[in-house]
Design a protein around this ligand. Structure first.
Ligand code: SAM
Length: 281
């Protein structure tokens, strides 16, 4: 099925308005290939019908499926492994020392895709920071894609997925085989709470995270959206908390309130003062 220029234009604007995702005019083929199965699923025979439906109701099941299909969900276990090591070697121990009184940690994996990111961190914390067992560690993970969240909640991964980045000892220890799939054990699965959250919309999160992982998602947004999102991170993040971005992302020239601590890891410029003031809650 193919769309005309006006239909492509409408779909691009729709995606931008709903999720801030930008699909360039050179990516029309992507719109066609990803949305053709959505059209079929909803009994539509052409893109004209899709546009009419989206115009009439921009927040029904069809629009959710359109957004879902247009997100790029590439992820894998321990993506950029140096970052995970940095988290258990420095970032989390630092947070633990300032929160020793409350023994509470709040972590938010924003744009978690199919769950490999938060689950990697939980497994790594189990192995490398066993003292956290006595702590209350809340791990919240969110994404705009309902199909990603469904897989993340189920904790079921294909052979190909566990072959990408997951250390063999973790596979043996934390997964059980079911047919061709690998199912995450409840002790890890239950440690993460998944929620739908559109970074371009309101953020109904009720925690003040000490650590925010927002990796490989800002790259899809324009400067205005990146600025707005980093401004919102600044508001929710604990004063001495950490923000982790993907390797191709930075706060530099976008939000001067953040400074780089090390590759991929950022903090508010006055984090040390915030830390001395005490952030244990
Ligand atoms: C490339 S994946 C990155 C996943 C993981 N953070 C990683 O680094 O491996 C980007 C994720 O961002 C999500 N995403 C895109 N736009 C979003 C938005 N407006 N709000 C929340 N999530 C969004 C997509 O659904 C996708 O799962």
């Amino acid at each position: 099925m193919s769309a005309n220029a006006a239909e492509f234009g409408f779909i691009r604007r729709f995606l931008y308005e709903k999720s801030a995702i930008q699909v360039g005019a050179d990516k029309d083929y992507l719109i066609e290939s990803r949305l053709t199965p959505v059209l079929r699923k909803h009994g539509l025979t052409d893109f004209g019908g899709l546009v009419r439906r989206l115009r009439a109701n921009g927040s029904d099941a069809l629009s959710v499926d359109v957004l879902d299909a247009m997100t790029t969900n590439e992820t894998y276990f321990f993506r950029e492994p140096a970052v995970f090591d940095q988290l258990v070697r420095e970032v989390l121990p630092n947070l633990m020392s300032t929160r020793a009184a409350s023994r509470r940690l709040h972590i938010w994996s924003a744009a978690c895709s199919t769950g490999q990111e938060p689950y990697s961190l939980v497994m790594h914390m189990r192995e490398r920071l066993p003292q956290l067992r006595d702590w209350q560690v809340q791990v919240l993970a969110s994404d705009v894609s309902p199909s990603c969240l469904a897989q993340a909640r189920a904790g079921v991964y294909r052979q190909l997925e566990v072959n990408r980045g997951l250390p063999a000892p973790y596979l043996l220890k934390y997964f059980v085989r079911r047919g061709l799939d690998y199912v995450l054990k409840d002790e890890i699965r239950n440690a993460v709470e998944f929620r739908a959250l559109n970074l371009a919309g309101n953020w109904p999160i009720d925690i003040r995270p000490d650590l925010v992982l927002m990796r490989n998602v800002l790259i899809y947004f324009d400067l205005a959206t990146k600025t707005a999102i980093l401004g919102k991170v600044r508001k929710v993040l604990a004063g001495d908390g950490y923000l982790v971005l993907g390797a191709a992302e930075t706060t530099l020239n976008i939000d001067p309130a953040f400074e780089r601590v090390t590759q991929g890891v950022y903090r508010l410029r006055n984090a040390a003062t915030n830390s001395r003031k005490g952030s244990s809650r």
